[in-house]
Design a protein around this ligand. Sequence first.
Ligand code: M6R
Length: 371
Amino acid sequence: NKGHYEHYMQKEIHEQPESLTTTMRGRLIRRGSSKSKSVLLGGLKDHLKTIRRSRRIVFIGCGTSYNAALAARPILEELSGIPVSMEIASDLLDRQGPIYREDTAVFVSQSGETADTLLALQYALENGALCVGITNTVGSAIARKTHCGIHINAGAEIGVASTKAYTSQIVVMAMLALAIGGDTISNQARREAIVDGLYDLPNKVREVLKLDQEMKDLAQLLIAEQSLLVFGRSYNYATALEGALKVKEVALMHSEGILAGEMKHGPLALVDENLPIVVIATRDACFSKQQSVIQQLHARKGRLIVMCSKGDATSVCPGESCRSIEVPQVEDCLQPVINVVPLQLLAYHLTVLRGFNVDQPRNLAKSTVIK
Ligand code: M6R
């Protein structure tokens, strides 16, 4: 049921404040200011010790689920101190890459049925790794076959393009990082800031959803373009990949997410006064590096659309022609949840304006199951 919305993708984008609330329900602990703030993940509690002892954590997924894991990787590394590696399921299988008994392999999948992810799970089980599932579908193959896991609880996602599952996956993995990190004194301030940030996240998403009309106007401007680049780095490299995936998947426009640190190693050659480029430059430890990227793109007459934190537009945007998208600032590791929303809205409006099917994009199915 789409309610008063025209499309499932639109509904699912707009219900993210509620889906995030459901994802976190009963899992955050905040017992007064003097007591500690932490998380409780029932499905993992018997395995946390093993996970903390593992030599490596490997995230495995496809498409949007892979991107969600990539967004969560920095905070998992920071809080756990365990090396985290990333695997696209099909690529791990193609290479028959090394997976060890001492590894914790985390399988991320909205449907819990994606063929490549499922085959990679089989492979990791055969290699003796502890296998953790993060899925949105209770009783799905991945939920059943993993040793333990966390349900995303984002509610049914009908649109082929994954939106609310993505933001809920990031939140689940941030909570996973908190759980693995445990209640060490050294991490206390950071842990508490993240827990507070999680509590406040649905409100911040509500705020960023107000950009709907602005994103529709931007879509109108980009309607006839051939291509769109999205530059991000650190926490928001995943946002660049995910924003570009949404645009290509539903709006059928070529789009590429680019790691800003790689700009000089090839992508800079594409920059001219015609190609639109979104640069994600919200406040975090890499902010000044992104400012410098913006300057360099501007020097080459790049057609810039800068996503920045509220109040930064005038200082971050060079020149009159630069457009800005101002978003609320949250704890750095949660910022990808906020930053992806305007890009989801942009992809949605571009698709409708270009006259394509939003909920069932050409050639794609909701999950690629084994037949
Ligand atoms: O169900 P899964 O999360 O395992 O699906 C993985 C990908 O097929 C999926 O995320 C796909 O990339 C989405 N359609 C993107 O919106």
